[in-house]
Ligand binder design. Structure first.
Ligand code: SAH
Ligand code: SF4
Ligand code: F3S
Length: 481
């Protein structure tokens, strides 16, 4: 990373911080590194960090940014909460995501009492909710640092403030139009990586908190995206996942607008890159151009995640999804016709306010007609501040649970049937890791995202292998090289 080195060499920590945001954060990294070194001497050992991530791929990518800065300033990675700096990167999309964080924070209080060097940081989507921050200030006073989703890039600067003040440091931004490039990142996998192509969301689906905690939609400059992927490929990455809450509206707000399909074509040209994935597609914005580009591509994976949320046109209207049952069905059909070997997966919410048995049957009907290869099913969770939270006719829990169970059964039966069609075919597998149960086996993924286990050593990790799929085990395969 030549640019970083140049920046680092030009930094004078005794002078004023630079005005360029990237350079400024490197300036604070140097300063923070001094504090970490001091404390490390005091402790008589290397200091360690642990980032626990909750929530979606977007958060996972942010966690890599946090790790990147922490490594750069001298912390070593730890793999559980017995660390000197623990950060929870939180999610608030459903109530149980929040409850998990409170539970673990309680436990951390005890851990901290045994380690005088320990610091605790909280960031991510939950922190964008003022009530959450109030609650933490009041009831979880052992937290040292709180920041949000818009200023993740500022971690080094916040750490310096934390070291210099003895109080809890809180810095939450309501929104931002800023995108800070070229900061360090510590990737979880050597051979695959996520890349943000956009941030935020403008869709305001009526149940969803994301637009409130992630701010307005903004796209990254295509040149920055391509440059980042080229660098990743130079570093050994063969699969990239383009990330955004609604990738189909990529580029609309750029000075020189560009469609998502056009961006994909640019990414496809990158030599050495083998696989391209993306998440998430909103059905209302999925273009014919995109279907065509996918059908003709050699690198775009045979997988499309297309959240349905509900099969009832009435519920979809109340959800503010801006498509109806017929439109979704027609779109799914068009995609399956154009790309026959594609795996279609989806998200479904059960128990949205006002959902009747008839509405639920519409959802079941779409599930049966489309035959999703997999579906993530959720029971509706009321998020304070969203329009759906104050809607009448909230569905009783037992009714929602019963529908949820019926849906799950249907979804799983269809997924099993869909998975079985690959038996005895030869597929290209990207090997991801040594098998957790059997160290003589490795685990990898097909282009359509299906997991395959087969005999092989760790030297295969990160390579593409032709594998014969011998036995379908429901949601995964056992194969042979
Ligand atoms: N941007 C993505 C989704 C991000 S949230 C999209 O538009 O598809 C991931 C999933 O969580 C959503 O697809 C939805 O199914 C679910 N979800 C969001 N809010 C929820 C809520 N209040 N209750 C239950 N599930 C919810
Ligand atoms: Fe939430 Fe809808 Fe935006 Fe997805 S598109 S993040 S569900 S508001
Ligand atoms: Fe959760 Fe935030 Fe992602 S609320 S799902 S981590 S955008």
């Amino acid at each position: 990373m030549l640019e970083n080195k140049e920046i680092l060499e030009s930094i004078d920590v005794n002078g004023e911080p630079p005005t360029d945001e990237t350079a400024k954060q490197y300036y604070y990294m140097v300063k923070a590194a001094n504090y970490v070194e001091e404390e490390s001497k005091e402790a008589g050992r290397k200091l360690t960090y642990f980032v626990q991530n909750f929530g979606c791929q977007m958060n996972a990518r942010d966690a890599e940014k946090l790790s990147g800065v922490l490594k750069k300033i001298g912390y070593e990675e730890a793999f559980d909460e017995n660390a000197d700096f623990v950060i929870y990167n939180t999610c608030t999309v459903r109530e149980n995501a929040n409850l998990k964080v409170y539970g673990r924070l309680g436990y951390l209080n005890g851990v901290k009492k045994k380690n005088s060097h320990m610091k605790i940081g909280l960031c991510g989507c939950m922190m964008q909710e003022p009530e959450v921050v109030e609650k933490i200030k009041k009831s979880y006073r052992h937290v040292d640092l709180i920041f949000g989703t818009h200023n993740v890039f500022k971690l080094a600067e916040l750490l310096v403030t934390m070291y210099e003040s003895k109080r809890t440091v809180i810095d939450i931004w309501k929104d931002t139009d800023k995108i800070v490039e070229d900061l360090p990142m510590e990737r979880k996998y050597k051979f695959k990586s996520g890349t943000n192509i956009m941030f935020g969301c403008n869709n305001f689906c009526s149940y969803c908190i994301v637009p409130y905690v992630r701010g307005r939609e903004r796209s990254r400059n295509p040149k920055d995206i391509i440059r980042e992927i080229e660098k990743l490929v130079g570093d050994g990455v063969v699969e990239v996942m383009l990330l955004g809450q609604n990738v189909n509206s990529y580029g609309k707000t750029l000075d020189e607008p560009m469609s998502f399909a056009e961006l994909l074509q640019e990414v496809e040209k990158i030599e050495g890159l083998e696989r391209i994935r993306f998440m998430t597609s909103h059905p209302k914005d999925l273009s014919d151009e995109l279907i065509e580009v996918m059908a003709n591509s050699k690198k775009i994976c045979r997988h499309l995640h297309l959240p349905l949320q509900s099969g009832s046109s009435k519920i979809l209207k109340d959800m503010n999804r801006r498509y109806d049952k017929e439109k979704y069905l027609a779109l799914a059909k068009k995609i399956r016709n154009a790309i026959p070997d594609i795996s279609l997966t989806t998200d479904i919410i059960i128990g949205f306010p006002g959902e009747t048995e008839e509405d639920f049957q519409d959802t079941m009907d779409v599930v049966r007609q489309v035959e999703f290869d997999n579906a993530f099913t959720f029971i509706y969770s009321k998020r304070t501040g969203t329009p759906a939270a104050v809607m009448e006719n909230q569905v009783p829990e037992d009714v929602a649970k019963d529908r949820f169970n019926r849906l799950l059964k249907e979804v799983q039966a269809i997924a099993r049937k869909r998975a079985a069609v690959y038996e005895n075919t030869v597929q290209e597998i990207l090997v991801e890791e040594t098998n957790e149960q059997d160290p003589e086996m490795v685990t990898g993924r097909m282009s359509n995202n299906m997991l395959v286990h087969f005999k092989g050593g760790a030297d295969l990790i990160g390579t593409l292998q032709k594998v014969k799929l011998k036995e379908c085990k429901g949601f995964y395969y056992l194969g042979e090289m």
